[in-house]
Design a binder for this molecule. Structure first.
Ligand SMILES: O=C(O)CCC(=O)C(=O)O
Length: 276
């Protein structure tokens, strides 16, 4: 079977737990996404803050188009096969002069998606580099068992509970440097995190978290999905409609429902809640 990704890229995924960079959008398309974010922020100031950073594809046709982009799906298909669902999206924004960071963690630890036939697509809306706090991956860390995560609830941590794996050998981690319009794909169990944005501009990642095979179930709660490609013969999840108009009332309700359920998953067993 032919694959959109090369055998070298697929080997990188198998050996290291991620593939990067992959060209998927033009610079112009990436700028359009940034414009959409900044338009929403101006017109509806609270809409994409805190928990609202999730599921923006359910209220914006611009983000919907990215999730269903053929090049992205071709790459994802090379990793998880041809029956693909979109089960969530998150905006990871680090503004200059703020102290946002992401502690080293493994997505699989708290997302509840099993089996691990799923992959996370981190799409660079702006350039992401070492100066502005790009992600760093620990190559090969996906091959070991899931690690213990401390719950640190730091207000600058962009993770819900500040999930943190301690004692990561920083010099063995690799920066995921992307130009606006490129993406990386990472494995559910690879250890990754990111540092401060020390530049004078925003660092924005639009993250499909995640693309899942139709055979993947949600073991911690309920989830709302869209079919991206292929057939869903398992029917494990609820379906939500695609956004055709920005901030349509019906879609806003579906988004609220999706976010409420996601919050239950992220905070399952936690003693308190963070700001996301
Ligand atoms: O955007 C970041 O710096 C981290 C994002 C992340 O942890 C993820 O996409 O799984």
């Amino acid at each position: 079977m032919s694959s959109f990704l090369s055998s070298i890229q697929l080997k990188q995924y198998k050996d290291s737990g991620y593939i990067s960079p992959i060209d998927v959008l033009s610079k112009h398309e990436a700028h359009e996404i940034r414009d959409e974010i900044e338009y929403i922020e101006k017109k509806w100031p609270k809409e994409i803050e805190s928990l609202g950073r999730n599921y923006v594809h359910l209220i914006s046709p611009t983000f919907d188009k990215v999730c269903h982009n053929t090049k992205i799906l071709d790459a994802v298909e090379s990793v998880i096969g041809k029956n693909i669902l979109i089960c969530g999206t998150t905006l990871f924004i680090k503004n200059p002069k703020e102290k946002g960071f992401v502690s080293f963690h493994q997505d699989a630890k708290y997302i509840g998606l099993e089996p691990y036939n799923w992959v996370t697509a981190w799409i660079a809306v702006t350039d992401a580099n070492e100066k502005n706090g790009c992600m760093r991956m620990w190559p090969g860390s996906h091959k070991k068992k899931l690690k213990f995560h401390d719950q640190k609830f730091d207000e600058n941590n962009l993770l819900t509970r500040g999930q943190t794996i301690k004692n990561i050998p920083y010099n063995e981690t690799k920066p995921i440097i992307l130009k606006a319009g490129q993406m990386s794909l990472h494995h559910p169990a690879v250890i990754h995190g990111s540092g401060l944005n020390k530049s004078s501009d925003r660092r924005i990642g639009f993250v499909v978290q995640s693309y899942i095979g139709t055979n993947v179930n949600q073991v911690l709660g309920k989830m709302y999905v869209q079919l991206a490609r292929g057939v869903d013969k398992f029917k494990f999840h609820n379906y939500v409609p695609r956004a055709k108009v920005l901030m349509n009332e019906k879609n806003i309700k579906f988004r609220k429902k999706s976010n409420d359920e996601l919050s239950k998953i992220f905070y399952k067993g936690a003693k308190k809640k963070g700001k996301f």
